[in-house]
Every structure is written in structure tokens, then in C-alpha cells.
Design a protein around this ligand. Sequence first.
Ligand SMILES: NC(=O)c1ccc[n+]([C@@H]2O[C@H](COP(=O)([O-])OP(=O)(O)OC[C@H]3O[C@@H](n4cnc5c(N)ncnc54)[C@H](O)[C@@H]3O)[C@@H](O)[C@H]2O)c1
Length: 252
Amino acid sequence: MGGSDAGERVALVTGAASGLGQEFCVALAAQGRRVAGLDIADLAETEQRIAAAGGAGRFLGVTVDVTDPAAVTAAVDKIAEHHAGLHIVVNNAGIYPSIAFEDTTLDDWRRIMRLNLEGPFLVTQAALPHLRAAGWGRVVNIVSAVVFLGPPDMVAYTTSKAGLVGFTRALASAVGHEGITVNAIAPGLTRTRTAERTVGADGGFDRVRALQVVPDVEEPRDLVSTLLYVCDEGSGFLTGQTINVDGGSAKH
Ligand SMILES: NC(=O)c1ccc[n+]([C@@H]2O[C@H](COP(=O)([O-])OP(=O)(O)OC[C@H]3O[C@@H](n4cnc5c(N)ncnc54)[C@H](O)[C@@H]3O)[C@@H](O)[C@H]2O)c1
């Protein structure tokens, strides 16, 4: 990018109060970027981690439900005004409940699709005018290795993340000529507080580790280098892809 520098790019991360989203905010801020986080939960812990790493003033936390269209538009515009632009969108907020298919209610199905699919649609659509104005952008969708593995107790979740892979591919085609790339990153089971409480509990981490060729439990920091690579100034030819980072459980 002639005359540009990574530190000038402003990043927005959804689901930034905890887990992967918090880790991504800390890593992006450590590159000198201005970062904004959206979450329904309190974002103070994320702000504190960034400040403790020397990034005080680089982070703006906005409490918002990413499934609320008007609130999303207002939040995105506020971020672009506060940070004087917007270039990177990381659609990370998501839920991943294990529910047997026969027990899945229509309400479960809609709740999962709403956050995991409508959320990225709304946030990306609100953000795109700002990326277009900059003539440069990176949209990164956090999906899951379940799109390759298809676990039996996660039919709704797998469907939502496979939908996000389709979103990634088609949107990449729609905005490629504008200097904007769209990619997906697929983590395996990763040790976040939510995963420890849910799918990782009762030996879940050990069961997944046994499927991996890397014999360790995946940690949020294991996703960071891939995120930074996708967002890099030099990654303009990488688009429409789903990068699987799951310790080798799925090889595609
Ligand atoms: N942890 C894993 O094992 C794993 C594996 C593969 C994919 N993923 C995906 O990675 C993403 C993050 O997972 P995590 O483990 O860090 O989860 P997490 O629960 O730690 O973080 C998700 C964040 O999203 C926020 N959120 C929930 N609903 C929201 C809403 N309506 N509006 C705004 N924010 C909302 C939550 O408050 C939370 O801070 C998810 O999309 C998940 O599907 C996680």
C-alpha cells in the first residue's frame, strides 16, 4: 500500500468483551492500530488489557447488540467518527450451543442464525461505506472447523457457520474490485471461558485434542497470527478463502 502503514488502519471487532474477540483486539492494538469493540457485555476487561500493554487511548468499546439494525448502524458510524475511519471488520460474536437435532426448537434455530449470520450481515453492511470510502478493507468472519467436521450435536451451529462461509465467498466477489478482501478463519475448539463452560466441559477438550495432529489444546493466541496475516497490507490477493486453524483435525 503506497504511503500507508498498518497503524493507520482502524479495526472493529464484534464480541470483543471476552474470548477470541478480546484476544484479537489486544493483538490489533499491539500493532499500533486504533480498535473498536462491540459487545452486549461490558468491555472494560478488553480496554484494561490494551492499556496494560501500552495501548491506552487506542480502544473504543461500544455496548451494542449486533442483531439490532439501528443500533449497529449508529455504533459503526460512531466508531468511524471517533477513530476517523474504518478499514477492518472482524465478525466474531457468536454462540455455539450443543443441541441434539431432534431437541432443536425453532427458537433455538432462529437464535443461532440471528447472532451468527444476521449479525455479520448487519455489521458488514453498516461498515462497508466506510471501507469503500477508504478504497481499502478487510472483512474477516470467524467461522469454525465444524464446517469441515460436521459434529452430530451441532447441526444448527454448523449450518450457521457454513452460511457464513457462503457469505464470505459471495461478498468477496461483490467487493473485490473495491480493494476490499473477505475471508473466514475456522478455529478448532479453543480454550475460552465460554468453551470451558460448554463444549469443552466434561472432557470435551481431551476428545477434540485426540482428533488433532497437534497434541495441545488450542488457545485464543493460536488464532492471532492468522488474523494479522489476513489483515496485513500485503494480503490483498487473499480473498474468498476459509483458513482452517484447528491443529489438523480437518484437512481440506
Ligand atoms: N471457542 C471455541 O472453541 C470456538 C471454536 C470455533 C469457533 N468459535 C467462534 O469464535 C467466536 C468467539 O467464540 P468465543 O469462544 O471467544 O466466545 P465468547 O462467548 O467468549 O465470546 C463471544 C462474545 O460475543 C458476545 N455477544 C453475544 N451475543 C452478542 C450480541 N447479540 N451482540 C454483541 N455481542 C454479543 C458475548 O457477550 C461474548 O463477549 C464465535 O463466533 C464462535 O462461534 C469459537
